[in-house]
Design a protein around this ligand. Structure first.
Ligand code: SF4
Ligand code: SF4
Length: 362
């Protein structure tokens, strides 16, 4: 039996049977496919690259792998010299490991060991970025930010100094920022915020939305609303925001001279504006519809992806996510029976949205 990675064994689709490969192409008995992840980045020069194949054959005739524990050899010295020539400054040591995850694991262990050797035993914490992924060994998972790794919070939450999240009033519901912030609050982990203005999108709104906000706080500038929103979240301890002019810097300093969190009415209005900006399918993820779908389509998940795809004007997230779903459960599997629509309290024309999604993904 083979235990396939990243799969639920009971529901996984039949894996493709690979019988040959060349360049970017993988061949099955029925078709050829582009391997767009280079076998998880391990074949980045393509399959059957003649120079690589020749070099592997020639080396295998001498010896293949020989460990570096107490031994050394000319090929590894040559590789080390070559890598060193690419590296800046005094980065001139190479430590060879057997995979990307292990490389990061080793680097983390070295960094921690360095401070132990200096007698600084207290420096045991590692900073990491939101949405980071470094691999699947234990320490790399700890510095990663994958939903499936959140059990790490359970085990190590109390040792974390802070966690960085993308929070702004658009992403509060749209990207589940609220849920993530609440989770961190539960563990008492301070939150650092990035993209408070969502890449500048919240620095200017439509004239109607700006008027609706001015009615509540005539003196407040529009970008400041995004910061006041964050000032309303006590768990937020640091806000990172890009500024490209001196004027923006001065304006932000003025904003942060005062703490002026939003009251309930202001918060509601701001989140209403965010909803309208997304202008997506109003699915509440109640999941009443899912048990009615003969195709087993995860309808709320598909509608959420659809909203993301439309709001961001395309991009790779939706196509990549859909590709990972078995074909029989993708939006294209919808047979238009409308059983789901009969029970949807939001009266969403689900079959039409899914058909539109299929078109948009083409
Ligand atoms: S219309 Fe499509 S999504 Fe809705 S129940 Fe039928 S097959 Fe499922
Ligand atoms: S029933 Fe409607 S609102 Fe509820 S999850 Fe399904 S599509 Fe969304």
């Amino acid at each position: 039996m083979i235990w396939y990675p990243y799969e639920q064994m009971k529901t996984m689709r039949e894996p493709f049977q690979i019988i040959d490969a060349k360049g970017v192409w993988l061949k099955t008995p029925e078709r050829e496919m582009i391997d767009s992840v280079s076998s998880w980045w391990s074949v980045i020069h393509g399959y059957k690259h003649p120079a690589l194949t020749e070099a592997i054959k020639a080396q295998a005739d001498l010896f293949s792998h020989v460990m570096l524990g107490g031994l050394t050899h000319e090929p590894v010295r040559r590789l080390s010299d070559k890598l060193q020539s690419f590296l800046p400054g005094d980065l001139d040591y190479c430590f060879f490991s057997d995979s990307g995850s292990v490389a990061v694991e080793v680097a983390l262990k070295m960094a921690l060991q360095y401070y132990v050797n200096q007698g600084e035993w207290q420096r045991t914490k590692v900073l990491s970025l939101t949405h980071a992924y470094h691999g699947d060994t234990f320490k790399t998972m700890e510095v990663g930010d994958d939903e499936d790794y959140h059990f790490i919070l359970e085990a190590y939450g109390e040792k974390m100094e802070f966690c960085q999240l993308q929070i702004n009033y658009i992403d509060w519901d749209f990207q589940d920022a609220k849920k993530k912030a609440e989770l961190l609050k539960e563990y008492g982990i301070p939150v650092w915020v990035m993209e408070p203005l969502r890449g500048g999108k919240l620095a200017a709104l439509s004239s109607e939305d700006e008027a609706a906000l001015k009615e509540l706080r005539p003196e407040e500038k529009i970008p400041a609303w995004a910061f006041r929103f964050l000032q309303s979240l006590p768990e937020v301890k640091m806000i990172l925001s890009g500024m490209s002019t001196m004027g923006q810097l001065e304006e932000n300093i003025r904003t942060f001279e005062e703490e002026k969190p939003l009251n309930d009415v202001e918060m509601e209005r701001l989140l209403d504006i965010a909803d309208n900006m997304i202008n997506g399918v109003p699915c509440t993820a109640c999941r009443y519809c899912t048990s009615h779908c003969p195709q087993g389509i995860d309808i709320p998940a598909m509608l959420k992806l659809y909203n993301e795809h439309v709001f961001t004007g395309g991009g790779f997230i939706a196509p990549m996510t859909i590709e990972a779903i078995p074909e029989e459960h993708r939006p294209g599997a919808c047979v238009g029976c409308q059983s789901c629509e009969a029970v949807c309290p939001q009266q969403i024309k689900i079959s039409e949205v899914l058909a539109d999604f299929v078109q948009k993904l083409k």
